[in-house]
Design a protein around this ligand. Structure first.
Ligand code: DC
Length: 234
């Protein structure tokens, strides 16, 4: 963090389609300003992993409610990297597999799951610390009064290629066409579900990063934040 920056408490909501680089953007904002970062997709993924491990019947409200009672999700910072913890276990790699990706949209469409996650996300934003949270409903549902809302988008083929490269870099086996169809499938479910579908908040700043380098997009994003959150060098 740059110690020369003076800031007020600021809440930043980042929403958008799958694999648009929301988490990468959110992590960079958090690192630059020393803010709390919450990856809400990881929370839905950890919940999905738990349901898969416990063979939870998604059609039984009682089973889902019961399973939710036994889930404790938190984040840990290990050497500057955000790690997702499920009931005390580090599940960061497991929640990124295509197996979890194939079920996560179905799980996150369940209202009972959403209300549990949203309640925890709001508690995370309650403190005095500035927070940057990324997901699908952050600007519309979790923090409708966020100081800044970004809606990130990119061409589907660019997104599929990025997710493919991400998995390969982590040594996770990947196939481009499987990834592309998973992204399309998730986008469709995420934006058509009844409860808090993915949509752009009316007051969101839209960023299409298909043709932008990381530096170019972060320059635009930092500009908005410094302006809105009264950040100034001293
Ligand atoms: O950001 P991600 O791809 O890791 O998210 C995984 C899934 O979780 C995504 O397909 C939809 C769901 N999700 C959601 O419904 N609401 C959020 N705030 C974040 C993620």
């Amino acid at each position: 963090m740059n110690e020369n920056l003076k800031i007020k408490k600021c809440t930043i909501a980042i929403d958008g389609y799958s694999a648009c680089g929301k988490s990468t953007i959110a992590k960079q904002i958090a690192a630059r300003f020393g803010w709390v970062y919450v990856d809400t997709g990881a929370m839905y993924r950890a919940t999905t992993l738990h349901f898969l491990n416990e063979d939870v019947d998604l059609n039984s409200l009682q089973s889902v409610e019961n399973a939710l009672k036994h889930i404790n999700i938190s984040f840990r910072n290990v050497n500057g990297h955000n790690r997702t913890m499920l009931n005390g276990d580090d599940v960061e790699e497991q929640i990124r597999t295509i197996h979890v990706s194939n079920f996560v949209s179905e799980v996150s469409a369940l209202s009972v799951v959403r209300s549990a996650m949203v309640a925890q996300q709001r508690r995370m934003g309650d403190g005095d610390l500035s927070i940057v949270m990324d997901g699908r409903d952050i600007g519309t549902v979790v923090f409708p009064d966020a100081d800044i809302k970004f809606f990130i988008t990119a061409l589907p083929e660019v997104r599929a290629m990025r997710r493919f490269n991400e998995l390969v870099e982590k040594g996770i086996p990947a196939d481009l066409s499987t990834i592309a169809s998973n992204l399309m499938h998730r986008d469709t479910i995420d934006s058509t579900r009844e409860d808090s579908p993915l949509r752009q908040a009316e007051d969101a700043i839209v960023i299409d990063n298909s043709l932008l380098s990381n530096n170019e997009q972060m320059h635009i994003i930092y500009g908005h934040i410094e302006n809105k959150c009264n950040i100034y060098g001293v």
